[in-house]
Design a protein around this ligand. Structure first.
Ligand code: MEV
Length: 436
């Protein structure tokens, strides 16, 4: 392929885009056919999905599964999870079932505040700006009255606006830092719209106020954008049981030994960044899957979670274990900024149904559900890791993928499942089994 830039690709019809892209593959005709098998048949729905993004040429399917039997704050849920990883739903379901015997997950919203900034460069006297900031703040709030009207009616809106002087770290750098309550929406568009108005008002204000001398009349608005770091949109979820209760767990280990190794695993994640990354990734296996199923932005959740895990200056576990003589308590504290209205949550037919399956929770309740799924997955992962190892369960769930990759027939798949019931599953072992 030459490196000539193609112009107007986005103006082509879906059919023509697909044709052009298919030419990049070895068998364009076959490629087109495969892509088209994933086209949504219903025209109206197809159009809606195509319009979620740009240059859509097909749909990319992921399994939509259910982790049943979650008890969260005494309420039962069937949690929808969208993930490609074979063991995630099973792990969540196993944990949920176990913890249902001990009162389930207890989850508490700590705070729901979101933050955004106007980042600007200004060569002026900070104290002067500070002395008139109350007036600027009032003007900013007034300027966004139209945008915030609905949100205020629902009990949300702008919480506060302040000015942050960061000139010691970057020459002339200041922030207008604003905090928001966005109730049941994730709020990205709402926050960004407010921030852009604040930026406009700041420019006008500097021009108009006579207190500012000539060089102070202009500022350079670098950008106005919400922050995906949401340490004040926080949920804490825990499970708790007697140590002796682990005798009922399907593990070949004394409960005391189990909790001791479990705690050691969490301690290790607190001192080893390498381990903490995988440990926290396992938490996001659960959180992301529910975020996807409910039409929420999992990248934002991941970004916030990983920075939160580094809040002490060292990247650590997001979960914590407390052991007393008889008791085991396992807690996850994580920022979760999501919505149940706005974005794709009501536009994507399956996201909408996911919320219905969950009993149409508000955003606060959905925070408790996502964090419970995260804690459940972390519990399942550590339980496996410190007992029989992760591969037995993982590979058992993955066996079907290996068989499909090796083009096994339906009969061979059934026989392989029986054969590998108590045997070590590796790609090589499965290949050897099929060759026999
Ligand atoms: C795999 O997706 C997640 C785990 O690696 C998490 C962990 O190691 O804690 C099993």
């Amino acid at each position: 392929m030459n490196n000539q830039i193609i112009k107007g690709f986005s103006n082509l019809s879906k059919e023509k885009k697909l044709k052009q892209v298919a030419l990049l593959t070895q068998n364009p005709e076959e490629t087109e056919k495969i892509f088209k098998t994933f086209w949504i048949q219903d025209e109206k729905t197809a159009k809606r999905f195509d319009e979620f993004s740009e240059n859509t040429i097909s749909m990319f399917g992921l399994p939509y599964g259910i982790a049943p039997n979650f008890i969260i704050n005494q309420k039962k849920y069937f949690i929808p999870m969208v993930t490609e990883e074979s063991s995630v739903v099973a792990a969540a379901a196993n944990s949920a079932k176990f913890w249902a015997n001990f009162g389930g997950f207890k989850s508490e919203i700590i705070s729901t505040i979101k933050t955004g900034h106007v980042h600007f460069l200004w060569n002026g006297n900070y104290n002067k700006l500070l002395s008139v900031f109350v007036e600027l703040k009032d003007r900013m709030i007034a300027k966004t009255n139209n945008i915030t009207a609905n949100m205020r009616e629902r009990g949300g809106g702008i919480i506060d606006i302040e000015i942050v002087n960061l000139t010691a770290e970057l020459e002339n750098y200041y922030q207008i830092k604003a905090t928001f309550e966005t109730i049941d929406s994730m709020g990205a568009n709402f926050i960004n719209s407010c921030l852009e108005e604040f930026a406009e008002e700041l420019k006008l204000f500097l021009q108009e106020k006579t207190i500012f001398i000539n060089k102070e009349k202009n500022c350079d608005i670098v950008m106005a954008i919400l922050s995906n770091y949401t340490p004040d949109c926080l949920v804490e979820t825990s499970v708790e049981c007697k140590i002796s209760d682990f005798a009922k767990l399907d593990i070949d280990m004394e409960p005391e030994k189990f909790v001791q190794k479990f705690q050691a695993a969490v301690n290790i994640a607190n001192v080893s960044t390498y381990r903490a990354t995988t440990h926290n990734k396992g938490i996001f296996n659960g959180i992301d899957a529910v975020a996807l199923a409910t039409g929420n932005d999992f990248r934002a959740l991941e970004a916030a979670g990983h920075v939160f895990a580094s809040k002490t200056g060292k990247y650590k576990s997001l979960t914590n274990v407390e052991l007393t003589q008889n008791n085991f308590k396992f807690t996850l504290k994580v920022p979760i900024s999501i919505g149940t209205v706005g974005g794709l949550t009501q536009l994507h037919p399956l996201a909408k149904l996911s919320l219905e399956i969950l009993g149409n929770p508000n955003a606060r309740e959905l925070m408790t559900i996502l964090s419970s799924a995260g804690l459940a997955n972390n519990f399942a992962a550590i339980k496996s890791l410190v007992t029989k190892g992760i591969q037995i369960g993982h590979m058992k769930m993955h066996l079907i993928n290996i068989l499909n990759t090796l083009n096994a027939t339906e009969n061979e798949k059934e026989e392989a499942k029986l054969f590998f019931e108590n045997k070590k599953i590796t790609v090589e072992n499965v290949r050897r089994f099929l060759n026999k």
